[in-house]
Design a protein around this ligand. Structure first.
Ligand code: ADP
Ligand code: MG
Length: 262
């Protein structure tokens, strides 16, 4: 019975939280609560603070002030860029790496970890490709293998930082379906995205631009003034959608790889 009560507690609770680096704030006014099993879209321009929020949620950085509480095992699903694919590891190897954090330092993933990794690959629809070389997979498949790794780590809260970047329409749809399934199974998924229309399909939206612009269900948290405040000058009108009026122009990352401490 006490379990039922505690499962209604929010997975994340931000109260007056300010995040930043070496004492310099970059993200103000975080004030939101996320229940378990939610799909949360995070909208914001490049530099708006999306990745900084994820770093705070994993505990990599502490709030400069205020409170940010996370009541879940948490894993970040990294972006998969080609430059990091030098090692000839299999999809199963990558999925099994999720077990490393739970193993004592002298142990390598063994049979039970590999069995669990295969279950994770099955969950993301890639059991058939367990033996395939990770670097040979498509971008969408690699993204799902990294989600499998987070599942092997038993993550209850999955942080996906622009996971749709570079995916084709089919992979994008598969990933969206997987996010739906993860949430239906009680996992909480936060997804940084540039697609407003995508965020509208999820349960909650958090708009960031150096501060929290809005938070709530998409119908109340997304509006023309909110999008203008979120994207500033980087907005374009959408023909035929006057009620919403604006969508962000597509941003593409180039500078991130050069930035230290990512
Ligand atoms: N390691 C860091 N040290 C100092 N400032 C950083 C660091 N990482 C990001 N920033 C700054 O924090 C702000 C938010 O960046 P970031 O969280 O990466 O935004 P987003 O992920 O939305 O593009 C930016 O102004 C960025 O320059
Ligand atoms: Mg980022």
């Amino acid at each position: 019975m006490s379990n039922r009560h505690s499962s209604r507690e929010p997975v994340i609770r931000a109260a007056h939280a300010t995040l930043g680096y070496e004492g310099t704030p970059v993200l103000h006014g975080l004030e939101f609560q996320v229940p378990a099993g939610s799909r949360v879209g995070i909208l914001g321009p490049n530099g708006g603070g999306k990745t900084t929020l994820f770093r705070a949620l994993t505990g990599e950085i502490a709030p400069l002030s205020g409170d940010l509480k996370v009541r879940a095992t948490t894993a970040t699903v990294a972006q998969t860029d080609r430059s990091r694919l030098d090692y000839p590891v299999s999809a199963l190897d990558v999925a099994a790496m999720g077990a490393l954090a739970r193993l004592p330092w002298w142990k390598r993933p063994g049979r039970s970890e590999r069995r669990q990794a295969l279950e994770s690959l099955t969950m993301v629809g890639l059991a058939d490709l367990a033996d395939a070389t990770f670097g040979d997979l498509s971008g969408g498949q690699r993204q799902r293998v990294l989600i499998a790794r987070a599942l092997t780590a038993d993550a209850e809260l999955l942080l996906m930082d622009e996971p749709f970047t570079g995916l084709d329409a089919t992979s994008e749809q598969r990933l969206e379906e997987l996010i739906d399934r993860l949430a239906a199974n009680g996992r909480t998924v936060m997804i940084a995205t540039h697609e407003v229309e995508q965020a509208e399909r999820w349960d909650l939206v958090l708009c960031l631009n150096g501060e929290q612009i809005s938070f709530g269900d998409p119908a109340s948290a997304i509006s023309k003034p909110v999008l203008e405040a979120t994207y500033g000058g980087h907005i374009v009108e959408i023909p035929g959608q006057p009620e919403l009026g604006v969508l962000p122009a597509h941003h593409h990352h180039h500078g991130d790889a050069e930035r230290p401490g990512r």
